[in-house]
Design a protein around this ligand. Structure first.
Ligand code: NDP
Ligand code: X2W
Length: 346
């Protein structure tokens, strides 16, 4: 049995980690942190976990955490994570960090979009935790930077096309729509029911969202050349789920390619990526509470563009499901352990 800790267990990704780990046969959740709920049981704070998980929320320093587990999920906001992760690594622990702190390889880019980095020495070592792209590196990593939710949906959708030079990278436009759990559990006026329900809006329009450089980093690696994208996030009046729609002009090679066969070949052995039959469309309710990413595409012959749609659960494959998938790889467990449950439909 592996002793595992969740740092930031009272957030949306933390409680989703607890839900998944509660049925993981190789793991024992030995410690869970929260400052605001310290002293209360997770199952009391989250009645969904009653009779499924017996662990206390505690407010602990990193030194106090160290003897309590061998493997840690850091599910705290970026900036907070970089104060914690280096101390865990120094004590020989393995870590999956769900924040953005170790996702960008270039310190300069990180500091342009976030803030000064206090442990840039780990940026080169951290493995970007998208198993479909970096499975072998994840297996031997001690620090995995779990991808962002929007980037997961976009990178899985576009990598096969960019690797084969089937789209013009300079024409990429990406519209992503997320449920409000993507904004985390802290109170804010923007996420009140009356602000979100029965409405739909874009935000951080004009290349302002911090996931833009993360998407560009991974798409550039896939293309083998710098890629710039127009990325616009939107807030949906649903609790969980992301739908991304990506538009690009086909290259002459792309116009002749069998794109469905290409997607099928790219993902045929992937347990969590499902390429939909031509004519079908992904929907958030088909991936809800699962670790799946559903992908479909259509060709617009009038404009020579391809439109790729992809759906994930932002706290499933977009965060905690993917984090457990990474832990399974890092520990040598079967990759799908505790993650093979189908989506919760309807
Ligand atoms: N929500 C999502 O869909 C996704 C989130 N992520 C990332 O995962 C991480 C967690 O996100 P999410 O669960 O949504 O966030 P929440 O805001 O819902 O939860 C944050 C958690 O961190 C704890 N926390 C906050 N500040 C501190 C601090 N200074 N020191 C110690 N603990 C702290 C909070 O508990 P308390 O205040 O009680 O200590 C809480 O448990 C973030 O980095 C987020 O960006 C990544 C992908 C998707
Ligand atoms: C709906 C919403 O607000 N989503 C969040 C992104 C989700 C997230 O948690 O981003 P990281 O994975 O990088 O931490 C946002 O736009 O900032």
């Amino acid at each position: 049995m592996l002793d595992v800790g969740i740092i930031g267990a009272s957030g949306y990704t933390g409680v989703e980690l607890a839900r998944i780990l509660a049925v993981h046969p190789e793991v024992r959740l030995t410690v869970a942190t929260s400052r605001q709920y310290a002293g209360r049981k997770m199952a009391e704070v989250f009645p969904s976990l009653a009779k499924r998980l017996d662990v206390l929320c505690e407010n602990l320093t990193v030194d106090e955490l160290l003897p309590r587990a061998d493997f840690f999920f850091a599910a705290v906001p970026h900036k907070t994570a970089m104060d914690i992760v280096p101390k865990l690594l120094a004590a020989g622990k393995k870590v999956v960090d769900l924040s953005a702190d170790y996702r960008l390889h270039d310190q300069r880019v990180y500091e342009e979009w976030y803030q000064p980095h206090s442990s840039p020495e780990f940026l080169a070592e951290a493995v970007y935790g998208l198993p479909e792209l970096y499975r072998d590196q994840i297996r031997t990593a001690r620090l995995v930077a779990n991808p962002g939710c929007y980037p997961t949906s976009v990178i899985l959708a576009l990598t096969p096309l960019l690797r084969e030079d089937l789209i013009e990278p300079g024409t990429l436009v990406i519209d992503s729509k997320s449920g409000t759990s993507g904004a985390g559990r802290s109170a804010s006026v923007a996420n009140l029911y009356c602000e979100v329900a029965d409405s739909f809006r874009a935000y951080k329009v004009g290349g302002k969202h911090r996931h833009t450089p993360e998407i560009e980093q991974e798409l550039s690696l896939a293309a083998g050349a710098p890629v710039r994208v127009t990325f616009t996030p939107h807030l949906l009046p649903i609790s969980r789920g992301i739908l991304s729609t990506s538009y690009a002009t086909l290259t002459p090679r792309g116009a002749k390619a069998d794109i469905f066969a290409l997607y099928e070949a790219a993902y045929k052995d992937e347990p969590f990526v499902r390429v939909l039959a031509p004519g079908e469309q992904p929907a958030t309710h088909n991936v809800r509470a699962s670790n799946c990413c559903d992908i479909a595409f259509a060709l617009d012959h009038r404009t020579g563009r391809i439109i790729v749609t992809s759906a994930i659960d932002n706290i499933g494959k977009g965060a905690s499901g993917q984090a457990v998938q990474n832990m399974n790889l890092m520990q040598g467990f079967a990759e799908g352990t505790a993650l093979m449950g189908p989506a919760c439909f309807p």
